[in-house]
Ligand binder design. Structure first.
Ligand SMILES: *[C@@H]1O[C@H](CO)[C@@H](O)[C@H](O)[C@H]1NC(C)=O
Length: 417
């Protein structure tokens, strides 16, 4: 594994993967609405792995800071990873017909097509819902093909055809499918497309220079980061070649990143290495947590076809594959997950909106969400930024994941020029 990494990440990747397999105690059931914690016995890992959290933000919320019994060690606030951000005025819009986690979304003009996702850990959706930004209504529900994956999809559009690549088939932590489809949004009809060479979970997916590109994601066991990158020439929803071609591997693998093409350059932003896996022998493929490392890395491909390192995100951020929009030459990213809390080991959600201004190549934190949320689905219409669905936090003081939501919110988008 990680043979092709070639870079400084190679050793680390191997180490992370091995550690995660060895860390037997680090297996906590994936509970949706509970205060799950790791058993402290499971946390004897090198400190560099339990505290890969980057530096404390200067304005971190320390109101819960307190001393331990001996009065020596400072306890970290549960919310210490929140960044200072402008308060925004949010307007609640009509909720989606169903709650969704790990769904997918594509905006075409005034319509937001929302696909698949988990309703809860034992139930996956098999249909598409559509939101219309002009009259602010949901409607137009139709079914997905029987063999299409239900979460962890790679997805991109050319403005009419939506390419839907690989993903997880079924609920809990079931296996992936390599099956790939095309939706013609003029007629809402589906067609088959050439399967990816091997299946992936949540690979970065984009259309770039006439080719459909798919890279990274997790391998078949849901946890091991894939570095492979494939492409195939496409036009009007059809492949122009017989098979996928291998491209330059990405510097760092793993699922749940944003992948964006702007001005003839391809960016991959954030993501993670490692993910929940099926519990060995579980007949329902029950999800169990494994070590994951969230990162803030941003990479870019241009006509040289070499990866270039771009300025990092303001904090590590994952689960953002459909949580971005490009507005006025800026990439706007909403929510996500960041590194787990170093003491409680709980998952920590992100409650900010980030702007990567491609004129200046600078990152900004441009606003606070009504709550922290991951795998939210984002649209932009008439000056307003919208987000719907995903899994939200337990509350303002507890950034751990709780409820899967259907809510839709919007706010006026204010960017740094
Ligand atoms: C984008 O640019 C246009 C033209 O300069 C401006 O009117 C608009 O307010 C900008 N939008 C945002 C969200 O900044």
């Amino acid at each position: 594994m990680a043979r092709q990494a070639g870079k400084q990440n190679c050793g680390r990747l191997v180490l992370v993967s091995c550690l995660s397999l060895l860390a037997l105690g680090l297996v906590a059931d994936f509970l949706w609405a509970s205060s799950h914690r790791f058993s402290p016995a499971g946390t004897y890992l090198p400190s560099s792995f339990t505290t890969v959290i980057g530096k404390l933000p200067p304005d971190s919320n320390e109101k819960d800071t307190k001393k331990d019994k001996e009065g020596k060690e400072r306890k970290l606030s549960a919310t210490f990873q929140d960044l200072d951000a402008p308060q925004l005025e949010w307007e609640k819009m009509p909720a989606a017909p169903v709650p969704r986690l790990d769904g997918a979304a594509i905006q075409i003009r005034n319509l937001l097509y929302v696909f698949a996702g988990y309703g809860n850990i034992n139930l996956v959706h098999t249909h598409v819902d559509i939101y219309n930004f002009v009259d602010n209504t949901w409607g137009g529900r139709f079914d997905m093909p029987k063999e299409m994956a239900h979460s962890h999809l790679g997805m991109v559009t050319d403005g009419r055809y939506i390419y839907i690549v690989t993903g997880q088939y079924g609920p809990q932590c079931r296996g992936p499918t390599a099956k790939t489809f095309v939706l013609d949004t003029d007629t809402n009809t589906w067609s088959d497309f050439i399967s990816l060479p091997v299946p992936r979970y949540a690979p970065a997916t984009q259309l770039w220079r006439g080719r459909l590109h798919v890279m990274g994601g997790s391998k078949e066991n849901r946890h091991t980061p894939g570095l492979e990158h494939w492409s195939i020439a496409v036009k009007d929803g059809k492949a122009l070649e017989k098979e996928w071609r291998s491209e330059i591997p990405i510097p760092r693998g793993g699922p749940h990143r944003a992948c964006v093409v702007v001005d003839d350059r391809l960016f991959v932003l954030g993501g993670q290495e490692g993910d929940f896996m099926a519990k060995p022998g579980s007949p329902i493929f029950k999800c169990s947590r494994r070590l994951e490392v969230v990162f803030s890395d941003v990479y870019m491909l241009d006509e040289e076809m070499k990866w270039k390192v771009m300025p990092s995100m303001p904090k590590p951020d994952s689960h953002i594959e459909f949580a971005w929009k490009v507005v006025n030459n800026s990439i706007v990213i909403v929510g996500g997950t960041t590194e787990k809390h170093p003491e409680t080991k709980k998952m920590v959600l992100v409650g900010e909106i980030f702007q990567f201004n491609l004129n200046t190549m600078k990152w900004y934190v441009i606003g606070k969400l009504p709550y922290r949320v991951k795998t939210t689905l984002v649209g932009y219409w008439d000056g307003q930024l919208y987000f719907t669905s995903g899994q939200r936090d337990k509350g303002p003081d507890d950034p751990a994941p709780r409820k899967v939501v259907a809510e839709m919110w919007r706010t006026k988008l204010i960017l740094n020029p």
